[in-house]
Write a protein that binds this ligand. Structure first.
Ligand code: KDG
Length: 340
């Protein structure tokens, strides 16, 4: 099997301990994270040859980010070393009536400023059979959007499978074009799409009739959305949605659906009763789906792998999912608690 490349931004993540509010405490817990880096780490943990492409500033912070990725076996040789800064994001964990918060301090980051022509995609995509990106990368800047589209053009010419997690981030689409002007071009070149109802509406302009407001999701509600998305984007083989049934801030039901031209698959549901850190759960779902589609025997199993991988991520602090393939398979087989 070939290599998987993910393309995006890795940031320093700073979080006050426990449930403290920003600057209440003199301490921050530091992690590294970012949707596509999170996916690359998961894929490397499953035994895939995974490479991460981004731009990082020269100097200690950029070096530290690269060292962290290498710790998991993620290939970093095509990371550009240029630009002024590493992006930062702050997270603050909520409780009861106080929602969790994410603050970005990433404007002008090296990856946002890198020009499309800085990435030698023909060389980067040598020996690669899967390319993964999320809607966060094109949201960063016009240059990052152009770089994404150039990568997709090379993927198209080479027959490289493309997956995209729409990951709509309202706070990021500030550079002049709306998500609905850019993301359809990305999705037209994709084989596998990960998205929820908000993503589909905000990035593709496609409405869902899923009953999100009630907090109790009926997987069948996603049939209509999936039919509309698959019809609008003929290259897509699959649309995957992770489903969060919200009971309280740290008690959720977790499952997923996978809609394809070969069927509509619904996963089992996991009870997440003590959520340690939900950030990166969606990236684990996407990476688990990619690995499942590449190595397991059926779309149903691929979906189950994605959901179980993501459930495990909710038990681990930080963005990265340390779960290995065996851990995910063990949860799927029922060797651990948490299945309902
Ligand atoms: O999916 C997790 C991401 O939201 C987190 O890693 C931060 O990449 C990030 C972003 O841009 O929000």
């Amino acid at each position: 099997m070939g290599k998987i490349v993910t393309f995006g931004e890795i940031m320093l993540r700073l979080s006050p301990p426990d449930h403290e509010v920003l600057l209440q405490s003199p301490r921050f817990i530091a992690h590294l994270g970012g949707a596509e880096a999170n996916a690359a780490v998961s894929l490397a943990n499953y035994g895939e040859a995974a490479a991460f492409v981004t731009a990082l500033p020269p100097g200690e912070l950029g070096d530290a980010a690269i060292r962290e990725l290498r710790k998991f076996g993620v290939e970093t040789r095509h990371i550009l070393r240029q630009g002024e800064r590493l992006g930062i994001y702050f997270t603050q964990r909520g409780s009861c009536s106080r929602p969790s918060k994410v603050l970005y301090d990433r404007a002008g980051s090296a990856v946002a400023c890198a020009a499309a022509r800085d990435y030698p995609w023909k060389a980067i995509l040598q020996g690669v059979d899967w390319f993964h990106v999320t809607g966060i990368t094109p949201a960063l800047s016009q240059q990052a959007a152009e770089a994404t589209l150039e990568a997709l053009e090379v993927c198209g010419r080479r027959g490289i499978t493309v997956s995209c997690d729409l990951n709509y981030r309202k706070k990021l689409w500030k550079w002049g074009k709306a998500a609905t002007e850019v993301m359809p071009q990305v999705v037209r070149n994709a084989d596998v799409l990960v998205a929820n109802e908000e993503d589909c509406q905000m990035a593709l302009g496609i409405q869902s009739n899923a009953d999100v407001a009630s907090g109790k999701l009926d997987p069948a509600c996603y049939r209509g959305l999936a039919a509309r998305v698959l019809e609008a984007y003929p290259r897509l083989r699959y649309l995957a949605v992770s489903l969060r049934e919200s009971h309280s801030a740290d008690h959720n039901g977790w499952s997923g659906v996978l809609a394809g031209r070969d069927g509509f698959f619904v996963s089992r549901k996991y009870a997440l009763t003590h959520i340690v850190d939900r950030i990166g759960g969606g990236d684990s779902f996407g990476a688990g789906l990619i690995h499942g589609l590449r190595t397991l025997n059926s779309p149903q199993e691929a979906l189950e792998f994605a959901v179980a991988a993501s459930a495990l991520k909710h038990t681990i602090p930080g963005d990265f999912n340390y779960a290995r393939r065996e851990d995910v398979l063990a949860l799927m087989a029922g060797d651990s608690n948490g299945r309902v």
